[in-house]
Design a binder for this molecule. Structure first.
Ligand code: ADP
Ligand code: ZN
Length: 527
C-alpha cells in the first residue's frame, strides 16, 4: 500500500478483479474467502467448475505467510502453478519433478518469504521432515484439494490423505480448508472427521447443474447411437466421449473420424507428446471431439465443452457427476448422455470383484455401483434422482432431463419378472441371458434340445414379449440386485436379493418400458 491512504489495502474484491480479472464472486466464494481470511476452518462442497480454487487462492494471498495447497496430481499442480505465475502470483510446486538444485532454490525462496502459494502432493506433506521445514516459516493457510480422497466412501481413496489430519496439531492456529466436488452424505461425514475439521464451517453448494441436460439410453448399437446424438444435437461442437478401455478409445476415435468428425483419442497409454498434443488441440480448437479414458479431465478448464458422452458405465454416481460436470462450465446449455447395457453392469461388477481391494471396500463399491444402476433404470426425473444421492431434495420434475422431456412409462412387471426368475431357477442358475430368452420364447435351438429345456414348464411362457423386451426385464432385475451375473461362469445368471420375494409373489415390481430409438439399419442388440 502507499502513503497511509488505506483505500488500496488488499481486499477479496480487489484481488478478484485486479489479479484474476473477474467482476463478481460466484455462489458462496466471498463468504468462504472472508471466513478463511479471518482465520476460520472451512469445508467446501461444490461441484466441478464451481470455482473452488479461488476459495483458497484469494485468502492465501490476503493472509500473511505462505499458503500450502495439497493437491493429488502433479499434472494438475503444474497447470495451476503455471496459470498463477502468468497472472504474476508467486506460486510454486514442490514435487518430484524438481532436480536437487531446484529444490534447494525453492527452499531458500520459501524461507525468504518469496512464495505465496505452494502446491505439494499429499505424500510430501505427510513427511515429518517436510512438516518440520514448513514450521520454520509463517503459514497463511492449508488447503486440501480433492479432499474426498481421504474417505473410502469417496471414489478415489488415497491412503496418504489419512496423514493430513495431523496437520491440525502441526500447525495450530493456521486455518485449514478442505475442498471437494464429491459429497454424498457418507463421504461428507467421513471427510470432516478424518481431516479433523469437526469445528470447521461447512459450505455446501448445490450440486445441480441446471444447464446440463441429463440423458441415459440403453445400448443397442452404441456407436450409431453416439453418432446420431452428435449429428442431431452437436454439429460442430466440442465435447468429450468417455470409454472404459484404451483400445475402445482408439477404435471409437478412429470410427468417428471415419464418419467425418474431427475426433482425437486420449489415454494414459499413448506417447506423452501425442497425448499432450491432442489435449492442446481440444483446449484450443473448436468443434473437436476428444475420445478419452477417465485419465482425461481432472483439472481441465475448458468452459465451452458442449457435451460429455459416456459409452461405458462409470463406477459411481459421484464419478459420473464429476465427469459429466465437465460439460457446460460456461453456464450455456450442454448435454450429458450415458449409454449402458447389461454387459456394462457385469463388467463393472467383475472389476470390483477382481480389484484385490479388501472386502469392506468391495462392499462399498458394489453399493455405489447399484446406486448408479438405480439411476439408469429409474422412471423418475434423472436430476432429482442424482441430486438425492448428494443429500439434496428437489421438488417437482426438472424439465431438462430425458425422463422429464419424454416421460417413461412404467408397467406392473411382476409376472414377467417371475417368469424370468423362474427360467433362471429351473435351469440351475447356469445359463446366460441369450439362452434364457430362447427358453422363455420357446425357441427351437440346439442348446435348448441338448439340455432338454423344451420339457421345462417355463418353456415358451414368454412369447408375449419380444427379445428386446426380455433383455430389458433381465437388465432391470440385475440392476436392482434380484439377479447376479456370474462372470466365472460365462455370464450365467443367479438369483439374489429380492428374487425369492418376487417369485413368491410377496412384492409387486414396477418396471420401465425402454424407449427405443431407431439406430439405423445396422441396429443389433448388444447386451
Ligand atoms: P473447481 O475447482 O470448483 O472445479 P475452478 O476453481 O477450476 O472450479 O473454476 C472453474 C472456472 O470458473 C474457472 O475457469 C475459473 O476461472 C472460473 N471462475 C471461478 N470463479 C469465478 C468468478 N467469480 N467469476 C468468473 N469466473 C470464475
Ligand atoms: Zn428431470
Amino acid at each position: 500500500g502507499t502513503e497511509g491512504a488505506g483505500t488500496d489495502r488488499p481486499t477479496p474484491h480487489g484481488i478478484l478483479k485486479s489479479l484474476f480479472g473477474h467482476e463478481t464472486f460466484r455462489g458462496q466464494q466471498e463468504e468462504i474467502i472472508r471466513h478463511v481470511w479471518q482465520g476460520g476452518d472451512a469445508v467446501v462442497f461444490a461441484p466441478t467448475g464451481g470455482g473452488k480454487s479461488l476459495c483458497y487462492q484469494v485468502p492465501g494471498l490476503l493472509r500473511p505467510g505462505m499458503a500450502i495447497v495439497v493437491s493429488p496430481l502433479i499434472a494438475l499442480m503444474r497447470d495451476q502453478v503455471e496459470a498463477l505465475r502468468q497472472l504474476g502470483v508467486r506460486a510454486a510446486a514442490y514435487n518430484s519433478d524438481l532436480g536437487e538444485a531446484e529444490v534447494q532454490a525453492l527452499r531458500r525462496a520459501m524461507l525468504a518469504g518469496e512464495i505465496d502459494l505452494l502446491y505439494a502432493a499429499p505424500e510430501r506433506v505427510a513427511l515429518p521432515s517436510f512438516v518440520a521445514f514448513l514450521q520454520r516459516m509463517p503459514i497463511a493457510l492449508i488447503a486440501i484439494d480433492e479432499a474426498h480422497c481421504v474417505s473410502q466412501w469417496g471414489h478415489d481413496f488415497r491412503p496418504e490423505y489419512l496423514k493430513l489430519g495431523e496437520l491440525a496439531e502441526s500447525f495450530p492456529g493456521v486455518p485449514r480448508l478442505a475442498l471437494t466436488a464429491t459429497a454424498d452424505p457418507q463421504t461428507q461425514r467421513d471427510l470432516v472427521h478424518r481431516l479433523r475439521l469437526d469445528d470447521a464451517r461447512i459450505f455446501i453448494s448445490s450440486f445441480d447443474r441446471p444447464n446440463i441436460r441429463f440423458s441415459i439410453e440403453v445400448k443397442d448399437n452404441p456407436k450409431r447411437q453416439l453418432l446420431g446424438f452428435l449429428q442431431r444435437e452437436h454439429h460442430g461442437d466440442s465435447g468429450i466421449v468417455y470409454c472404459l478401455s484404451r483400445r475402445k478409445v482408439e477404435e471409437t476415435a478412429e470410427w468417428l473420424a471415419g464418419q467425418g468428425l474431427r475426433a482425437l483419442p486420449y489415454h494414459a497409454g499413448m506417447p506423452t507428446a501425442v497425448r499432450q498434443a491432442n489435449q492442446d488441440a481440444f483446449l484450443k480448437e473448436e468443434g473437436l471431439v476428444l475420445v478419452a479414458t477417465i485419465a482425461f479431465g481432472m483439472g481441465i478448464d475448458k468452459p465451452d465443452v458442449r457435451f460429455v458422452a459416456h459409452l461405458d458405465l462409470p463406477s459411481s454416481i459421484e464419478a459420473y457427476m464429476q465427469e459429466a460436470g465437465r460439460a457446460g462450465r460456461d453456464g450455456l446449455p450442454a448435454n450429458a448422455i450415458l449409454f449402458y447395457g447389461l454387459a456394462d453392469m457385469a463388467l463393472r461388477r467383475r472389476m470390483i470383484d477382481d480389484s484385490g481391494s479388501p472386502d469392506e471396500i468391495k462392499r462399498v463399491e458394489r453399493a455405489k455401483l447399484s446406486a448408479l444402476l438405480g439411476i439408469c433404470e429409474t422412471a423418475e426425473c434423472r436430476r432429482n434422482a442424482l441430486l438425492r444421492h448428494f443429500g439434496e431434495h428437489r421438488e417437482g420434475p426438472c424439465g431438462n432431463c430425458d425422463t422429464c422431456l419424454s416421460p417413461v412409462e412404467s408397467y406392473d412387471g411382476t409376472v414377467p419378472a417371475q417368469k424370468a426368475l423362474s427360467a433362471v431357477y429351473r435351469t440351475g442358475q447356469r445359463f446366460g441371458i441369450g439362452h434364457l430368452i430362447d427358453l422363455l420364447q420357446g425357441s427351437d435351438s440346439d442348446k435348448i434340445r441338448q439340455w432338454h429345456h423344451d420339457r421345462l414348464p417355463t418353456f415358451g411362457v414368454g412369447r408375449d414379449l419380444d427379445k428386446t423386451e426380455w433383455q430389458s426385464v433381465f437388465r432391470q432385475l440385475v440392476a436392482r440386485g434380484a439377479l447376479e451375473v456370474d462372470h466365472d461362469a460365462y455370464g450365467a445368471l443367479r438369483l439374489a436379493g429380492e428374487a425369492r420375494a418376487i417369485l413368491k409373489g410377496e412384492m409387486k415390481l414396477m418396471l420401465r418400458h425402454d424407449r427405443r430409438r431407431k439406430a439405423g439399419r445396422a441396429a443389433r442388440p448388444a447386451a
